[in-house]
Write a protein of this length. Sequence first.
Length: 543
Amino acid sequence: MTIKNNKFRFRKHASVGSSSAEDDKEFLSNCFIETGDLSTLKDCKASPRIILGRTGTGKTALIERLASDIEKTIVIRPESLSFNYLTNSNILQFFLEAGVNLNLFFKLLWRHVFTVELIKKKYKIINEYNKESFLESIKSFLIHDKKKEKALEYIRKWSDKFWEETEYRIKEITTHIENELKGSLGTQLDLLNIGVSGAKKLTEDQKVDIVKRGQTVINSIQMKELTDILDFLDEDIFDDEKQHYYICIDRLDENWIEEKFRYLLLRSLIETVRDFGKVRNIKIIIALRTDLIERIFRLTRDAGFQEEKYRSLYLPLKWTDNQLEELLYKRINYLVKQSYTKQSVTFKDILPISIDNKSTIKYIISRTLKRPRELIEFFNCCIENSEERPSISKTHLIAAEQDYSKYRLRSLQDEWYADYPYLIEFSFILRKKPNHFRISDINMQEIQDFYLQYAIDHSDKTDRLSTIARQYIDLEISEINFISTLFNIFYRTGIIGLKTESYSSPQWSYDGPSTIPHLPIDNTTFVYIHPAFWKVLGIKYKG
């Protein structure tokens, strides 16, 4: 040890931060690494405004930092919006189930919420007096401008409780649309059981009529007035180029609303984020997991949809080895200086020089999927295994890796639960395999035995992995189609990398584009099991 204080010891419960950004504020404020992503988000002229990344890549950390740096930032928690009011609406459930496209209504909700939140923030509207003062102050903008008069009319229409919480305004505008939809049914209202069950009982002729009536109401929504408001915000309210305002929304992958509505609301949110791009000094920023945005577009895709229109909005988060090394270095130094000594610490002060002919820090990073959260988790495991010791030995690091590897596989299961709830069970077919092998080396009898037992134990499951297991056992898909689908799922989730050409390097999903490609797999394809899972799966290293 080069640390002069020979009383240095890792204390019980010491850590280099929390794996959750919400619980990591101290380390985030003192050890933040600027990779260029934060400056891009702050730049209102820069297109990227949808932070894309897998779990643990730093999406929340970016938003937390932006909010702490810039006072004119509004952070909206999706659970605070009371969107569950929508799911509890029998009227909306009825028309949605019948086939009415509610996208225009959902866009209206988002535009309305953002417009009001921005005006409230700028003019500090907390009561009726503030609201009236604001309305008086903008009258001078509207003389002889019919378009802007309509914008003011819209604001007046919905401003009775302008200072209320966002959830109030969502209920207010939803109730208005509900009444319009209910009125469109006319005398049919007494004949129908409003709700999902009622919609399912409709005849085809009834459904066509209901959809026609409902869609007429939705299509009549005054989006033109809201477009005028965007112009009004841009030209008159937020026209000072030295004052930028931001709205940030995070945690959209959590269960803040019933799934059927969640994907539709997120699709309309993405469209609204793009629409607000025309307001030069405002930036709406949202954070989405890569797998979630894929699911949104897959489940809400309609005729004429073009995903490429949104790609310029993406800010995909990727970390280099050097950036991860700097992040860990800063956190170790902060821990030691805050708790033990003011002297700077290097990796060689507390880590063995190398493991398996690789520098120890490179070894640790190679056990991650290039995400800060995993690096923090691994090193915290190392500290836990080195309690009351002045350094982390090779023995304790390897022991820590065993714990970390188990945590990683469990975390991966949680991350992909919506698509593959039985990912851990399926990953066990990789147990005790070499760290890399060719598809043609797979023992198909062993896999057949595994899936036959799985299909018996889980006959009622409908997720993708369970479905292909049954299809394979029932001879509905060929062996190579089954293997291709299975290993593409393993690739997509990050458990494996794939080498599809003899002259190429292994590909990893976290190193690829913002959306995860489906790779062609045949008997010549090489499979590389990620080192993060070697310990938990008992993988045999063969060089």
